[in-house]
Design a protein around this ligand. Structure first.
Ligand SMILES: NC(=O)c1ccc[n+]([C@@H]2O[C@H](COP(=O)([O-])OP(=O)(O)OC[C@H]3O[C@@H](n4cnc5c(N)ncnc54)[C@H](OP(=O)(O)O)[C@@H]3O)[C@@H](O)[C@H]2O)c1
Length: 264
């Protein structure tokens, strides 16, 4: 490992964020692993103490400005923007409130937190911001339009930010992570959301049985049970002097996404 860094993560109560926080702390970094809820932060702090890991956890809802301001209390070397939500359902009828809620977290909250982190990074002329996007940004999925749109917007913003920051410093890096499908429960949580409102009034009501069958089989076939391959990429982006612009995993899903792009 290179020298120990101070690494700030969002959405660390579960999935990639949780696994990355533990992995990074085990590798000797100081990890500020923020979570969506107080309860998740308490669990993570208990785990860290029991396992003698340098992890500090507290609630940080990235859509809440007063929560985002907590980042100002830390001199961080790396910010990992991991927190996200995913609405599902047809774009032809999803409510704007649902669309907006995804954009609030995945785009606006993420960029606002990044702006706060960059202030200090620019001042000290050092740092890395890692954004967890998705292969769904390259190959947007039907009935996951809201989520896919936010990740496309985020990936596009990351390219812009990288080019802009390059004008200011060669020591501040902006890196994009594009995971494929992993069984963290995130996809199941998201695909279920549309059935809260896609009822008899939906244009697609008669297609719902087939849709459920297809999406379940899609994720059953694609999802990896271990998050190791993507966590390794996240760790690498945090540790190396010059992280790559883009990391994706698993490699075969990345190739699949490029292939699907031709049919978009
Ligand atoms: N799993 C996949 O197949 C997959 C594929 C591509 C990309 N990704 C991306 O990977 C990242 C992590 O996802 P994951 O699979 O590890 O799922 P996850 O375990 O559900 O992680 C998402 C985390 O974000 C938190 N969160 C939601 N809204 C938040 C908010 N407003 N403020 C702070 N935290 C918030 C969630 O907390 P609560 O659960 O308490 O709400 C959860 O801990 C996400 O950016 C996701 O888009 C995942």
């Amino acid at each position: 490992m290179n020298k120990s860094k101070t690494i700030f993560i969002t959405g660390s109560g579960s999935g990639f964020g949780y696994a990355s926080a533990i992995s990074l702390a085990k590798r000797g970094h100081k990890v500020i692993a923020t979570t969506h809820t107080e309860a998740s932060a308490k669990d993570l702090n208990t785990f860290a103490t029991a396992n003698n890991l340098d992890i500090e956890s507290f609630k940080l809802d990235i859509s809440a400005p007063e929560d985002r301001n907590k980042i100002k209390d830390y001199d961080i070397d790396v910010l990992i923007n991991n927190a996200a939500t995913g609405q599902s359902g047809s774009l032809a009828e999803i409510t704007l409130e649902r669309l907006q809620s995804d954009f609030e977290v995945n785009v606006f909250g993420t960029i606002a937190l990044t702006q706060l982190a960059l202030k200090n990074m620019i001042k000290k002329n050092f740092g890395t911001v890692v954004f967890i996007s998705s292969l769904a940004a390259r190959a947007p999925m039907p009935f996951l339009g809201s989520y896919s749109m936010t990740k496309s917007a985020l990936s596009s913003g990351v390219s812009v930010l990288r080019k802009e920051i390059k004008n200011l410093s060669k020591n501040i890096h902006i890196s994009l992570i594009e995971p494929g499908a992993y069984h963290t429960g995130f996809n199941q949580k998201n695909i279920a959301k549309k059935y809260e409102w896609m009822d008899e009034s939906s244009f697609f009501f008669k297609k719902i049985d087939k849709l459920k069958k297809d999406e379940n089989s899609y994720f059953e076939k694609l999802e990896l049970n271990s998050t190791k391959s993507i966590v390794n990429k996240i760790v690498r982006a945090c540790e190396v002097d010059k992280p790559k612009k883009r990391y994706s995993a698993p490699w075969w899903q990345s190739i699949g996404a490029e292939f699907l792009k031709m049919f978009n």
